[in-house]
Design a protein around this ligand. Structure first.
Ligand code: ATP
Ligand code: MG
Length: 797
């Protein structure tokens, strides 16, 4: 099989791109995300559909496409001389999948499922095998070198298909374990058939015994039931008699109770009648005793009035006595007061005169005070004048007779003595005047002192007189009050005398009054009693009537009672007989019930035993069935045992066969690619790589990262070769996605050279890389580029 061409329409980044695949080593170059892996994925999608896509189907269609646009991949390839064209599409908004295969221009299959079936049949491999043999996915080499040993073994087993055998073996062993458990369990459930049969026999015998017992008990039950029916008939008759007897007894008892109650009432009424008759005679006696009742009552009432009058007279006499005493005392006091108040007029006159005298002295004192002030002023002015004269005289004397006058500025000469004499004379006059003033002052002072003394004496006198006047005023007030009181009391006394006069002579004997009052009280009580008796006696006719009624009723009830007695006697009911029959009936019922229960019990036991027999039969049947099943499972177990052995052997032989071939392929490639720098390459049972250096064997960890990658690439290509060998497709192309990773330039060249060596095995080798320095080393180049729209283009060079 080799690829001829591909067309991508609205497939992921590609809006429209076409490519004819050349032969030889084809470098597919482009930046990260340009769409290189997409191109190779499109090949797998065209062949195997959605399972080959890295995403769900709704993400396959280009985001640059319109809704109505179809997403489509058309792949042309050639196989065994036939030209194949596979078309795969996602249509409409629902992205419904469609596909077709055209072989040699003839439609060979239509529809998704038909196409998938045809492709798998034609290629002789499913998607997984295809991907393992033709397509080394990006990061797959990394996984091979980076995985832990057990994971790497798993990955390789998966790639080589050994994993399927492992899974089958695992399932087989799990089935085996399940079967073993089932067998163990069912064997433990197996029962002893003989023992079951013995049990059945025993139960069947019990069943026949129960049947016999049931027959006997049934006969007993029937005879007891007919006996019970007869007894019940007798009992019915007796019951009717009993009920009639009971009814009559009840009636008799009610009549007797009623009669007794009437008798009791009669007794009470008769007692009351006797009482009333006794009261009647008592009333007659009372009437005699009450003959003087009204007269005594009148006398007592009169005496009550007399007593009130007497008490009034006594109180008034006492009041009169008190009034007289009080009046006499007031009159005496009034006489004393009048005497005390006699000097009142003189005192008033004296006080008035003293006050007038005091006023005139005050006036005189004021005048003397003014005069004294004037004298003082005159004395002061005379003294001032004298001081002036003194100073003038002193000045003149100091100037002397030869001096010049200050005023007229003429020499003083003889004027000096004149002036001096004049000043001296003036001084003498002043002296005389001052003496006169002083004498007058002394006189005024003396008079003032006398006046002040007289004033003080008058003031003391005035105070005494005022005190006396006030005392007289108080006494005067008292006298006026007393005069008023005396008049009032005189009036009261007169009215009391009048009252006493009106009362006149009063005669009242308290002991007589008390005696009569007690007698009246006694009669009052008798009167009350008599009234009560009279009212009670009114009931007598009623009582007599009631007694007659009761007697009649009692007679009637006695007659009725007699009738009932006769009816009871006629019934001839025997209580003892009734009880005996009742007891025997209850016993019979008890027997029947007990027999019925026994019958039920036997029936229940019979059913139980039947069920047990059925169960034992079922168990025997089940045991036979289980024994057969166990035989079948044991056979199955032997068969699975054989299968396990076969599968284990098969797995060992598969691994035994695959591993040397794989190891050989990988070794040839590796030695070729590293130009025989190392002597040997080996794969152990766990697919761990060992390399011989200078005759010594080393695990791959000992070598460089690039050498490890190379060894893993060789192993990966060896796997591709191995898988494709087993299909009918044969070697034709291989896609290697980003395998250079850590390789240096020399190593890259070596890989490329090695790949060139593989040309006789693979017609087309697609090398996807974003490193463009390989472009000189490959025969063809496909550029995957991004255009201005953001979509990708393919360009073959
Ligand atoms: N339906 C789609 N429409 C448009 N673009 C998509 C769609 N699906 C995926 N892509 C984009 O296509 C680009 C191409 O992916 P691809 O794996 O082919 O890149 P690559 O060239 O292999 O890059 P690298 O060198 O990194 O592996 C990615 O950036 C992805 O986001
Ligand atoms: Mg990629």
């Amino acid at each position: 099989m080799h690829l001829r061409g591909i067309r991508l329409e609205n497939y992921r980044r590609f809006k429209w791109a076409e490519l004819e695949f050349p032969d030889g080593i084809v470098g597919i170059i482009g930046n990260n995300g340009a769409g290189k892996s997409t191109l190779m994925e499109a090949i797998a999608w065209a062949l195997f559909g959605t399972d080959a896509s890295r995403t769900s189907k709704d993400q396959i269609k280009s985001i640059f496409a319109r809704k109505a646009d179809v997403c489509r991949v058309i792949l042309d390839f050639e196989m065994n001389g036939d030209n194949f064209q596979v078309v795969r599409e996602l249509k409409g908004t629902s992205l419904s999948v469609d596909a077709s295969v055209i072989i040699n221009k003839k439609v060979s299959a239509r529809g998704n499922n038909a196409v998938n079936e045809l492709i798998q049949k034609t290629l002789g491999m499913d998607l997984k095998a295809f991907m393992t043999s033709f397509y080394a996915k990006q990061r797959e080499l990394n996984a091979l070198s980076d995985f832990q040993p057990y994971k790497r073994k798993e990955l390789l087993a998966r790639m080589l298909g050994i994993e399927t055998v492992d899974v089958a073996l695992r399932n087989l062993r799990s089935d085996k374990r399940e079967l073993e458990l089932k067998l163990d369990f069912n064997r433990s459930q197996l029962k002893d058939k003989d023992e079951l049969r013995a049990q059945k026999k025993e139960k069947t015998e019990t069943l026949s015994l129960l049947k016999d017992k049931s027959k006997v008990t049934k006969e007993k039950f029937d005879s007891e039931t007919s006996g019970l029916k007869e007894a019940e008939k007798i009992w019915e008759g007796l019951k009717l008699k009993y009920e009639e007897h009971f009814r009559l007894s009840q009636k008799r008892s009610i009549t007797q109770t009623e009669k007794q109650s009437q008798k009791n009432q009669l007794k009470l009424q008769e007692e009351e009648q006797a009482n009333l008759i006794t009261l009647d005679s008592e009333e007659k006696k009372l009437e005699e005793l009450l003959a003087p009742y009204e007269e005594i009552k009148k006398k007592v009432s009169l005496l009550d009035e007399q007593r009130i009058k007497a008490e009034h007279q006594k109180i008034t006499q006492n009041q009169k006595k008190d009034a007289e005493a009080s009046l006499t005392s007031d009159q005496r006091r009034l006489a004393t007061l009048n005497k005390e108040l006699e000097p009142k007029g003189d005192i008033e006159k004296n006080l008035k005169e003293t006050k007038e005298r005091l006023v005139s002295i005050e006036k005189e004192l004021e005048e003397e005070r003014n005069l004294y002030m004037r004298m003082e002023a005159s004395s002061k002015s005379a003294k001032d004048e004298n001081r002036k004269l003194e100073s003038q005289l002193k000045h003149i004397e100091e100037l002397g007779p030869d001096s010049v006058c200050d005023r007229c500025l003429r020499p003083m000469g003889s004027d000096y003595h004149n002036i001096r004499q004049h000043l001296l004379n003036e001084q003498n006059k002043l002296e005389e005047r001052l003496q006169t003033i002083e004498k007058e002052r002394e006189r005024i002072k003396k008079k003032g002192q006398d006046l002040k003394k007289a004033k003080r004496e008058l003031e003391a006198q005035k105070e005494n007189l005022q005190k006396s006047s006030e005392k007289f005023s108080r006494l005067e007030g008292e006298r006026q009050n007393l005069e008023r009181n005396v008049k009032e009391k005189e009036k009261t006394l007169a009215s009391l005398v009048e009252v006493l006069k009106n009362l006149g002579e009063v005669e009242y004997d308290p002991s007589h009054h008390e005696r009569l009052r007690k007698e009246s009280e006694g009669l009052e009580k008798l009167k009350q009693k008599s009234t009560e008796i009279v009212s009670q006696l009114k009931r007598l006719p009623q009582v007599e009537k009631k007694i007659n009624e009761l007697k009649e009723k009692i007679l009637k009830l006695s007659r009725e009672e007699k009738k009932i007695e006769e009816a009871i006697a006629k019934l001839r009911f025997s209580e003892e007989e009734y009880k005996n029959v009742e007891k025997s009936l209850a016993e019979k019922r008890e027997f029947v019930h007990a027999t019925e229960l026994t019958l039920k019990d036997i029936k229940h036991q019979t059913e139980m035993v039947k069920k047990e027999i059925d169960q034992i039969e079922e168990e025997i049947k089940n045991t036979i069935q289980l024994e057969q099943d166990i035989k079948g499972w044991e056979e199955e177990q032997r068969y699975l045992e054989k299968l396990d052995l076969l599968f284990s052997d098969f797995r060992v032989s598969l691994i035994g066969r695959i591993r040397p071939t794989l190891s050989r392929y990988a070794k040839n490639l590796f030695l070729e690619l590293c130009e025989n720098r190392y002597e040997d390459f080996e794969l152990d049972e766990d697919y761990e790589i060992y390399i011989y250096d200078q005759g010594e064997k080393f695990p791959i960890d000992r070598f460089s990262g690039g050498e490890t990658d190379l060894a893993n690439l060789c192993l990966r290509i060896a796997i591709s070769l191995l898988i494709s060998e087993s299909s009918q497709v044969g070697f034709s192309f291989i896609i290697l996605d980003e395998i250079f990773g850590s390789q240096d330039t020399l190593r890259k060249e070596n890989i490329l050279n090695a790949l060139a060596q593989l040309k006789n095995r693979f017609r087309q080798i697609f090398l996807i890389t974003h490193i463009d320095d390989i472009k000189d080393s490959v025969e063809n180049l496909v550029y995957v580029t991004e255009n201005q729209e953001g979509t990708s283009d393919l360009l073959l060079q």
